[in-house]
Design a protein around this ligand. Structure first.
Ligand SMILES: [Zn+2]
Length: 294
C-alpha cells in the first residue's frame, strides 16, 4: 500500500502516552521496592539508594534494552518466516531493523533514551570484556561496532537534531558524512522487503505476536517480571508487529529463566525466548555503573 510506505510497520508509538503513564506509576513503585531490603532487589546488585531520576534511568535502560533485544529477535523471526533475503550478516541486518524501529519519527526524548540505552549496554559490555561471559553478545559484531551503529543510524535519521549527540560521542567526520545515507538505505531496504507483507486498511487475518511472562524462578528477583511487564511497552511493541504485518503464523514470545543472559529465536518452533537472566544482567550492570560513577 503506497500510502503506508512512509510509515514504519512496527511503531513503538502506539499507546505510548498510556504506557508512559503506567511507567510513571511504576517508577514510584520501584523507587520504594529498590530502596527496600535485599529480598526485593536484583541478586548481587550493589546496595544503593536511588533518586527518582535514577530509578527512571534504570527503567529506561532496562526497558530500552529489552525492546531492542525483542526487535532483534523478532527480526530473525521475520527473516525466517517471510523468507527475507539477507545479503551479508543477518545479525547486522536485524540490528539495523531494531534500530530503525526504535528511531522516533519526531523528536522524542524517551524513545531516544531507550535506543541509546542499547548503545550504552554495548559500551558497558565492551568495557567489561564480557563477550565470553554473555552469550547474547557472542555471534554479533563487536560491542563497540554495535554501539557505533546505533549512534550512526540515530544521527543519520536527523543530522541537525542529533548534532550534539555526534559531538558528545566524538563521531568522526567521515561517519557524520556517511550516516544519513546509511540510515536512508536501512529504511528503504526494510520498507522494500516488508512492503508485500504490510496489512492493508481493514485487512483481517494473519498471525499475531503474543508475549507471555513466566514467574522468574529461584535465584531471580520477582521484580524482573514487573520491570518488563508493567510498562506495557514490550507487549505493545510485539502486538504492533502483528498488527502492521500480515504474518503467516503467530510468533509467541516467552519471558522465562534460561540459565544464561540471552535471547533466542528458534526457527524449529517459530518462537522467541527472552531470558530473565538478561534483564537481571541489565539491572546489575546499571547499578554497578551507577556505583562507579559515584
Ligand atoms: Zn541475533
Amino acid at each position: 500500500m503506497p500510502e503506508r510506505m512512509g510509515t514504519k510497520p512496527a511503531p513503538h508509538r502506539g499507546g505510548r502516552a498510556a504506557a508512559l503513564a503506567v511507567l510513571a506509576m511504576l517508577v514510584l513503585t520501584l523507587a520504594s521496592a529498590l530502596s527496600a531490603p535485599q529480598d526485593a532487589r536484583a541478586q548481587d546488585a550493589p546496595e544503593l539508594d536511588l533518586s527518582d531520576e535514577e530509578v527512571e534511568d534504570l527503567l529506561t535502560f532496562v526497558v530500552g534494552n529489552t525492546l531492542f533485544t525483542l526487535y532483534h529477535e523478532l527480526g530473525h523471526a521475520l527473516v525466517d518466516m517471510l523468507e527475507i533475503p539477507i545479503l551479508g550478516r543477518e545479525e547486522d541486518a536485524v540490528d539495523s531493523l531494531a534500530i530503525w524501529l526504535m528511531v522516533p519519527e519526531e523528536p522524542d526524548p524517551v524513545a531516544e533514551a531507550m535506543l541509546l540505552a542499547a548503545a550504552e549496554a554495548y559500551a558497558i559490555a565492551a568495557s567489561h570484556g564480557s563477550a565470553d561471559d554473555l552469550a547474547y553478545w557472542g555471534e554479533h559484531s563487536l560491542d563497540l561496532q554495535r554501539f557505533a551503529a546505533i549512534h550512526c543510524l540515530l544521527y543519520g535519521s536527523d543530522p541537525d537534531g542529533f548534532a550534539d549527540l555526534a559531538q558528545a560521542v566524538e563521531m568522526p567526520r567521515e561517519d557524520r558524512d556517511r550516516c544519513p545515507a546509511a540510515y536512508a538505505q536501512v529504511e528503504a531496504n526494510w520498507l522494500r522487503v516488508l512492503a508485500p507483507h504490510l496489512r492493508a486498511p481493514g485487512q483481517a487475518g494473519g498471525g499475531r505476536v503474543h508475549v507471555s511472562f513466566a514467574e522468574p524462578g529461584p535465584g531471580l528477583d520477582p521484580l524482573l517480571r514487573e520491570l518488563v511487564e508493567d510498562t506495557g511497552l514490550v507487549q505493545a511493541a510485539a502486538a504492533a508487529v502483528g498488527e502492521e504485518l500480515v504474518l503467516p503464523r503467530d510468533i509467541p514470545v516467552h519471558f522465562v529463566d534460561c540459565g544464561e543472559a540471552n535471547a533466542f529465536y528458534d526457527p524449529q518452533v517459530g518462537e522467541v525466548t527472552m531470558c530473565y537472566e538478561l534483564v537481571d544482567w541489565l539491572v546489575t550492570v546499571y547499578l554497578e555503573e551507577l556505583e562507579e560513577r559515584r
